[in-house]
Design a protein around this ligand. Structure first.
Ligand SMILES: *[C@@H]1O[C@H](CO)[C@@H](O)[C@H](O)[C@H]1NC(C)=O
Ligand SMILES: *[C@@H]1O[C@H](CO)[C@@H](O)[C@H](O)[C@H]1NC(C)=O
Ligand SMILES: *[C@@H]1O[C@H](CO)[C@@H](O)[C@H](O)[C@H]1NC(C)=O
Length: 441
């Protein structure tokens, strides 16, 4: 009986793989790490910190005079649940002697692969375009990252060695445009504390603990993340981390996240800015922003008949994205709501800039960033692929103003693309199909 059961389990697991063939995210390591994270998340070890995280976020909102209604309470609940799960996800793949490739900062995947129902693990301004993957590393070991790029490659790719999975400060990095890819799409990256002449080498040091890989997919219906796997050259004698170690690490992650995101990202980076305005983009290498990225943070409180009109230029950036978030810094169901636009998705003005309307009420323009019936929320624009020299803003501009919806026809550029109900449905369907293709199939 036992043998029959394990045979059936093996067949089912095999079927799971076949069902997901072609999706570079559907790996056995992903399944195993998700399963472990789900199991460990049942522990009551996180209850105290979960409450502390919630209290911290709410205290920041109160400090900045944000009215807290039922919507905000439920948005914060979602943000905290996902933050707790993200802290566990960061911990289950944290052993540099037994590294795996793990897709994190990802949306909930109910009834998904391999029969698992995986909770969301998004935090601190998740980017709906981005597939984030992590690989634990140490300068004690040498690694080979094997990859394969599909014909429709991600628009922007970066491999960053970071010193802490929560503050995510960059130690060194390899940019997608510098990566040497063979004609068949394959590539190998080496990581060690030694120097190398190879272009595909990232030098680690005592500070580096994780390789953080970003694949930004601009055309959701075509672009495909890179296939990735990791090989450790020699881990002889190393014992794998125990579950107790993992739980303790998850608690540390959560405690640090409360500080870095609840205070750093929400308070310092966002709420200190004036309300209903987007700031001039700036570059930074801390708190999860890339060294080659400029960001602009904002927060809003908009009545039903109000909107923020945002106009931006891409400057020298190879990729940009403008998403709207909850006050918990998490996108609201980006798989079905139009809450973000990137350089491929938005309609352009005649002079090459892009104009958006951010509002709860559908203004009937193609470039509508939906606040999903929320009065309050946050916005983060990012521009990537910039040089790390100079002030880095490389011709990027962003301007914004708060207006009445009834004034939009007068204010918006003449060339603005308007949509009727049917065209809006098409736009939503295209989004749903694209998101499903990348994340759920
Ligand atoms: C760790 O926890 C998982 C999930 O509960 C369990 O399957 C596994 O056996 C545990 N590992 C050890 C070494 O106890
Ligand atoms: C906008 O958000 C509302 C509330 O979540 C939702 O019902 C609606 O379908 C969304 N529309 C679009 C086009 O995103
Ligand atoms: C480009 O066009 C937009 C829309 O008409 C306008 O708001 C913006 O000021 C123009 N920018 C430049 C640099 O001319």
């Amino acid at each position: 009986m036992r043998m029959l059961l394990s045979y059936i389990t093996a067949v089912l697991a095999g079927l799971g793989q076949i069902a997901c063939a072609g999706n570079p995210l559907a790996t056995n390591d992903q399944r195993d790490l998700d399963a472990l994270a789900i199991d460990l998340s049942q522990s009551d070890a996180f209850d105290f910190l979960r409450d502390a995280a919630r209290a911290k976020f709410i205290s920041r909102l109160k400090k900045f005079g944000k009215p807290i209604d039922d919507d905000i309470n439920s948005d914060i609940d979602v943000a905290i649940d996902e933050l707790v799960f993200s802290s566990i996800q960061k911990a289950v793949n944290n052993d540099p002697a037994y590294p795996k490739v793990y897709w994190t900062d990802a949306p909930p995947r109910p009834d998904h692969w391999f029969g698992l129902s995986v909770p969301g693990g998004r935090y601190s301004y998740d980017n709906p375009d981005c597939i984030y993957r992590t690989i634990p590393i140490s300068d004690k070991y040498k690694y080979k990252i094997h990859g394969r790029r599909a014909a429709n490659a991600p628009l922007d790719v970066t491999f960053s060695l970071i010193s802490n999975p929560n503050s995510q400060n960059t130690v060194s990095s390899l940019m997608g445009e510098d990566l040497q890819v063979e004609e068949d799409g394959s590539f190998t990256i080496t990581i060690s504390s030694e120097d190398s002449d190879s272009k595909n080498h990232i030098k680690s040091n005592w500070q580096a603990v994780q390789l953080f890989v970003r694949n930004n997919l601009a055309d959701w219906n075509k672009d495909t993340p890179d296939e990735l796997s990791v090989e450790i050259v020699d881990n002889k004698g190393a014992k794998p981390a125990t579950n107790d170690t993992i739980i303790n690490q998850a608690k540390t992650n959560l405690a640090e996240s409360i500080f870095f995101y609840g205070f750093g990202a929400l308070d310092v980076k966002t709420f200190l800015n004036p309300l209903n305005e987007l700031q001039k983009p700036t570059q930074s290498q801390i708190l999860g922003t890339l060294t080659t990225q400029a960001s602009s943070f904002g927060h809003f409180n908009l009545a039903e008949d109000e909107a923020i009109v945002v106009t931006l230029s891409s400057g020298q950036a190879t990729y940009w994205v403008l998403p709207v978030y909850s006050l918990g810094m998490v996108t609201h169901s980006p798989w079905e709501n139009i809450v973000s636009f990137n350089s491929k998705q938005a309609k352009q003005n005649n002079n090459g800039t892009y104009t958006f309307v951010v509002s709860q009420t559908d203004p009937g323009v193609y470039n509508w960033a939906n606040t999903t019936a929320r009065t309050q929320g946050t916005i983060m624009g990012r521009w990537q692929g910039l040089s790390t020299e100079g002030d880095g803003t490389d011709g990027i501009e962003v301007s914004s103003s708060i207006v009445k919806l009834s004034d939009l026809p007068r204010i918006l550029p003449e060339e603005t693309v308007y949509v009727d109900a049917e065209q809006r449905q098409e736009q939503v369907q295209e989004r749903i199909q694209g998101y499903n293709r990348i994340h759920f199939q």
